[in-house]
Structures are given as C-alpha cells and as structure tokens.
Design a protein around this ligand. Structure first.
Ligand SMILES: Nc1ncnc2c1ncn2[C@@H]1O[C@H](COP(=O)(O)OP(=O)(O)OP(=O)(O)O)[C@@H](O)[C@H]1O
Length: 261
C-alpha cells in the first residue's frame, strides 16, 4: 500500500509526525536526492536545529536499499567525530526508515563556488584539500570509504569542513588490486575517496579560471598549474601511479613554498 504514496504525501506525513509526536518543529525540506529526502527541524524548546533524513518512499519495499540506509546510520554512529554529523535518533515513520542528525549550519562547496562565486587560490585549494584528507583519514582508519565526496556533500562552516551523506559508503576490502580497478568511483578501498578528492580539488582550482579560448581544453592546459600540483592531481585521478594510502596522499601535498610556476 505504501508504494503508492507519493513523495509529496510523505512530506506531509513527516511534517505531521514531527509536529505532533516529537519534541521538534518541522521547518522545511532542504534536500531531495535519489535515495533520500532531508528536512530541517528544530527543538521546540531550545530552537536548536537538526536534520531529519528519510528514505525515499519509492524505495520502501527494496530490502537492499533499506539495508543500505541502516548501514548509513550505523556508519555515522561508528564514525562519531566532529566533522561528520552525529546521529541522535533513528526509527520508522509508517514503515519508512529515518534518522535525526546534527545540522551543519554552513554551505556546501557547490553553493560556495557556484552561488557565492567564491574563488580559491592554489594555496587555499591545497590547504582545504589537506583538511579534507585529514578528516577522510579518520574514517578510513575505521575501514569506511565514503565513495561520494562531491561538492554537494562537503560543507564549509566557520572555516571548518564537514562531510555528509554516507549513502554510498562501504566497508573497505583488504585485497583490492590497484591495477584491476576499472571504475575508481566505486572502488571498495581508499582509491575511491582519493579519486573524488582529485575532482574536488579541480573544482576549487577552476573557481579562478576564466576561459580565454572558445575551444575546451584539458584541465592541465586550461589551469596551467605548477608541475608539482598537476602531478599531484594526476596521481589522485590515477593518471599517474596512485598513492599507496590516504596518509601517503596527505604527506605528498605539494608545499606552497616549493612550488615553481
Ligand atoms: N547534517 C546536515 N546539515 C546540513 N545540511 C544537510 C545535512 N544533511 C543533509 N543536508 C542537506 O540536504 C541535502 C541532501 O542530503 P543528502 O545528500 O544526505 O541526501 P541524499 O538524498 O542522500 O542525496 P543524494 O541522493 O543526492 O546523494 C544536502 O546536499 C545538504 O544540502
């Protein structure tokens, strides 16, 4: 029966549930992805804001996706550190799994770059990448790889970086042969996150780029970066020999003082 509820109807169900059966107030929907819907809610007394994320109604009967959603909750609980929102509570609303987590009152890098038009120098881009790697190392140490480190899933608040959406995350496999990885985005080891971080770094670097020629060229030609930076990104993107670990990628970040233009 629940298969026939539209997502819209579920928005109302969530709203009524929050307002009538919990200590929170419903505020608004803040995100709609392919697997989930996120809402902003607030504590009725303290006015502190939180996020409720639910599974999309159309997936309600898909056992695999339900398990994936529960895995996302368990991973967030397992990670439990400052730069990843903690889960406060989880349950089901009319058989639809949901969880409530801390709200990061910041902006995604997608908003920062494309809405606010913020520009990042090479130095700033490398510093942000360093901070990102330091966070990623922490969950890699717990055997978790995020596999979706895109600009809408990385947030900036008060100069701090936060990572959300562990919907595609997985536990790392030990015996992945780096030479046999065909699709780095879906690799079940650290390579996936490094690959996404390579693209993330390119988004930061492109924030200062203004096309001069009509014809699109490769990022290497367009950005004209110092050779050490180009080589670094090429290693993240597996164009050159990959880093042997996330720690290796962190210690290999080119030092600004040593960059030759
Ligand atoms: N804890 C949070 N704090 C602040 N904003 C959040 C939080 N969680 C989610 N959001 C917002 O809601 C949006 C959707 O959340 P999320 O990416 O977790 O959902 P999703 O359905 O899995 O998305 P997709 O299917 O696109 O990956 C985010 O892009 C972000 O703008």
């Amino acid at each position: 029966m629940f298969d026939y509820f539209s997502e819209k109807k579920y928005d109302q169900i969530v709203k009524d549930y929050i307002n009538q059966q919990t200590a929170y107030h419903f505020i608004e929907m803040i995100g709609l992805g392919s697997y989930g819907v996120a809402y902003l809610i607030e504590d009725a007394v303290t006015r502190e804001k939180f996020v409720l994320k639910r599974m999309k109604a159309k997936h309600i009967r898909k056992e695999k996706l339900r398990n994936k959603f529960f895995q996302e909750i368990n991973m967030l609980k397992d990670i439990d550190f400052f730069n990843v929102p903690s889960v406060l509570f989880h349950g089901e609303i009319q058989k639809l799994p949901y969880y409530i987590m801390e709200y990061v009152d910041g902006q995604t890098f997608e908003q920062v770059i494309f809405k606010n038009g913020m520009r990042f120098s090479i130095e700033q881009s490398l510093q942000i990448t360093k901070k990102l790697l330091e966070i990623v190392i922490k969950f890699h140490k717990k055997g978790i790889v995020h596999r979706d480190l895109r600009i809408p899933n990385i947030l900036l608040k008060d100069n701090q970086i936060y990572i959300i959406d562990f919907g595609l995350a997985t536990y790392m496999k030990e015996d992945v042969n780096l030479k046999e990885i065909n699709n780095p985005k879906r690799a079940e080891n650290y390579i996936s996150d490094l690959y996404f971080i390579g693209h993330f770094l390119l988004f930061l670097l492109y924030s200062t780029y203004t096309p001069m020629k009509k014809k699109e060229r490769s990022w290497q030609e367009e950005l004209e970066l110092p050779p050490q930076v180009t080589e670094y990104i090429e290693r993240l993107l597996l164009i050159r020999s990959p880093f042997s670990s996330t720690e290796d990628a962190l210690v290999s970040i080119p030092l600004i003082a040593q960059l030759q233009s």
